[in-house]
Design a protein around this ligand. Structure first.
Ligand code: SAH
Ligand code: SF4
Length: 389
């Protein structure tokens, strides 16, 4: 969003152009109420003289009822609705495309106010409906088997943009009022584009909004954050949010993991597993998930399976074996069914049940590691001109 302060440091002709752009800002330059935590929402409402009890009412409309229009807030008097509408907006990312897989998976390509794009994926299963949420546009990391890793980091997503992905899914699924017994969206995984622990403050803020019992009301037990292994942030994630943790392990030796998940050169396997052992609130009811992508001839030998179970011994854990999902230009091949089965048997014998994850939404490039958007880093000027469109 272009702001008044942007114009201050610019040179004279630029400042003029920017002032013009500022003057012709679209109406949605009004401050957004979506993505503000309760205290922040209370503060902006107090800023226009509203008493504290209005925060709960408006929160209810935003997150329990999914209102995007103040006129729908029928528990508020009409003049108040009008005043709110003049002062604030309630955002949604715009939906560029929606693709529906033959298996029921839905993928949305979403565009944010500055023109950047990211994807979110809904995966319906018999007993649950999981939304896979992005935390960044692109990724700073370059895991060699991951499509997102080929896209340079453009920027972190804001709390409103992370919450916005959930709201778009709820809108499309007709899931209001939220929290009912047969709700279609029951789980969230932070496994979309980006490394959530490199955008922790915004992710945490968004998750606190989603977990709030008077709104979307998804419990921390139904939220899983996946990290490639940002060791210094793991304890804070457990302490502040208490969500489930998934670790993209993918290899059992540092030599192989250095190749697959380059962040391993900074925080090698031993340090990563130490941080897992110290993860707050870990017990048999709340286990860490270790994700392991099956790459033919790279990490799928029986010796890898044996090393894997030895490495995680003593950590309350689940193992997810993920068949590699190819993408245009990828240099790996997925392990064949027999090899995956042999690997799974060794893991099973060590006490970890049904670990192979069935790929979902492969036909629409919505499966793990296939997400990517065309957003590239724009200059400030380009970004502003897109935002002004
Ligand atoms: N950046 C975070 C979360 C997003 S990736 C992380 O790396 O954990 C979500 C999961 O999909 C990770 O385990 C990731 O390693 C895995 N993944 C990436 N590319 C994949 C591919 N092509 N096939 C299967 N899984 C993949
Ligand atoms: Fe980034 Fe995760 Fe992909 Fe690695 S696997 S490049 S950390 S999104």
């Amino acid at each position: 969003m272009s702001t008044a302060t942007d114009t201050v440091s610019a040179s004279a002709p630029e400042a003029r152009a920017e002032l013009l752009a500022f003057a012709s800002r679209p109406a949605d330059a009004r401050p957004d109420l979506l993505g503000l935590e309760r205290e922040a929402l209370a503060a902006v409402l107090a800023g226009i003289g509203l008493p504290a009890f209005r925060t709960g009412q408006i929160w209810h409309w935003l997150y329990h009822r999914g209102a995007t229009d103040f006129q729908a807030m029928t528990t508020l008097a009409k003049p108040l609705r009008a005043r709110l509408a003049e002062t604030f907006r309630i955002s949604r990312p715009s939906v560029v495309t929606r693709q529906d897989s033959v298996d029921g998976t839905i993928k949305w390509l979403l565009r944010f106010a500055d023109g950047n794009e990211a994807e979110a994926v809904f995966i319906p299963e018999e007993d649950r409906g999981t939304l896979c949420v992005s935390s960044q546009v692109g990724c700073t990391l370059t895991c060699s088997f991951c499509h997102t890793g080929t896209q340079r980091l453009v920027r972190n997503l804001t709390p409103a943009e992370i919450v916005g992905q959930v709201m778009v899914a709820l809108d499309h699924l007709g899931a209001y009022p939220t929290g009912g017994p047969n709700r279609p969206l029951t789980n969230i995984v932070l496994m979309g584009m980006g490394e959530p622990l490199y955008n922790f403050d915004n992710v945490a803020s968004a998750m606190r909004i989603i977990m709030d019992g008077e709104g979307v009301a998804l419990s921390k037990r139904r939220i899983t954050l996946s990290t490639s292994g940002v060791v210094p942030m793991m304890a804070q994630c457990g302490a502040d949010l208490g969500v489930n943790l998934a670790i993209s392990l993918h290899a059992t030796t540092d030599a192989v993991r250095d190749e697959l998940v380059p962040i391993n050169r900074k925080w090698p396997i031993a340090e990563l597993l130490d941080a897992c052992r110290r993860y707050p609130g870990l017990n048999n009811a709340r286990r860490i998930t270790f994700e392991y992508v099956m790459l033919a001839g790279v990490n799928d030998a029986p010796a890898d399976a044996r090393r894997l179970v030895a490495l995680i011994e003593g950590i309350p854990a689940k193992i997810n074996l993920i068949p590699f999902n190819p993408w245009p230009g990828s240099k790996y091949v997925c392990s064949d069914a027999d090899t995956i089965e042999r690997f799974a048997q060794i893991v099973l014998a060590a006490g970890y049940a049904s670990p192979v994850r069935t790929p979902r939404g492969r036909d629409i490039l919505a499966a793990c590691g296939q997400l990517k958007s065309d957003s590239a880093k724009l200059t400030r000027r380009e970004a502003r001109s897109v935002a002004a469109e």
